[in-house]
Design a protein around this ligand. Structure first.
Ligand SMILES: C[S@@+](CC[C@H](N)C(=O)[O-])C[C@H]1O[C@@H](n2cnc3c(N)ncnc32)[C@H](O)[C@@H]1O
Length: 266
């Protein structure tokens, strides 16, 4: 597959199944508040504390891959001037709705993160959560993030972590080997099924995982790079999860979580 095939596969995936979709009428504010509740209270209760979305008042923030606009809305509620790019039309429409219904403002663009139209040194923050592992041009996207950041600006990026419990146990061991999906779908098809609605055959977005070492190398132009591993729950250990005490799962999060997250300064 070439770069434009991957882009089409991503668009097909998220036009069909918007990221973080819940039941409800997408024309109503209640829908977006349910998406938000599901994200920060159920799916990833650690997110708000970790990212401190409200600490960027008056800063210019660009989100790469804004999805339904939930995180960007938090930056906006904290007083940031918000911009976003995404390649999926459905997400563009949903995020626009989300902001309108909340009375918030942002500049949204249907645009590939590997070719940003923004001029150099424009943003205080470039934020991207769960996006840049879905493009073959990840390194180019990192260079674009660097280019559009002001000197001293912050890049915050979360990618899937290769050595996470979810990847090693659920994806590779249980689904891949024990259930035989690795043989049936191949690795690219198997890993694509981590996205809701993807069958790894007809709906097969590109999904990559990264190690801490790789991420550090990709950020070698930046300074003050700090890396954390986050997001672990009992379900990531499949059937074994119910035997694990919650305290142990909490302890293991920084080693086995599903996201490897970097904060880095230009
Ligand atoms: C898993 S969703 C994450 C959305 C959002 N960040 C969230 O966490 O809910 C991945 C998003 O990345 C977008 N995306 C994938 N490749 C992209 C690219 N090359 N440039 C911009 N956005 C991209 C998709 O359209 C989709 O909205």
């Amino acid at each position: 597959m070439n770069s434009s095939d991957h882009k089409q596969a991503a668009q097909k995936q998220w036009n069909q199944t918007p990221c973080g979709e819940v039941a409800g009428n997408k024309e109503n504010l209640d829908y977006f508040l349910s998406v938000e509740h599901n994200r920060y209270d159920v799916y990833a209760p650690w997110m708000k504390d970790f990212f401190k979305f409200d600490a960027y008042a008056e800063k210019k923030v660009l989100e790469i891959g804004f999805g339904q606009g939930t995180d960007l809305a938090q930056f906006s509620l904290g007083g940031a001037k918000c911009f976003g790019v995404d390649i999926t039309k459905k997400h563009f429409e949903l995020a626009t709705n989300n902001f309108q219904l909340r009375g918030l403002e942002a500049e949204f663009h249907l645009e590939d993160a590997s070719k940003l139209h923004f001029s150099d040194n424009m943003f205080d923050v470039v934020y991207s959560f769960g996006v840049l592992h879905h493009t073959p041009d990840t390194i180019r996207c990192f260079s674009e993030a660097y280019r559009v950041l002001k000197p001293g600006g912050e890049f915050i990026v979360a990618l899937y972590y290769r050595y996470s419990a979810f990847h090693m146990l659920n994806v590779l061991l249980i689904n891949g080997l024990i259930k035989g999906k690795l043989k049936k779908l191949g690795y690219d098809g198997l890993i694509a099924t981590v996205e809701k609605g993807a069958d790894g055959i007809h709906i097969k977005p590109l999904v990559k995982t990264y190690s801490v070492r790789q991420l550090k190398i990709m950020l070698s132009d930046f300074r003050e790079v700090s890396i954390n591993i986050k997001h672990l729950d009992k379900s990531h250990f499949s059937l074994f999860g119910k035997f694990l005490p919650s305290a142990l799962v909490k302890l293991l999060e920084s080693k086995l979580g599903w996201y490897v997250i970097a904060k880095a300064i230009k």
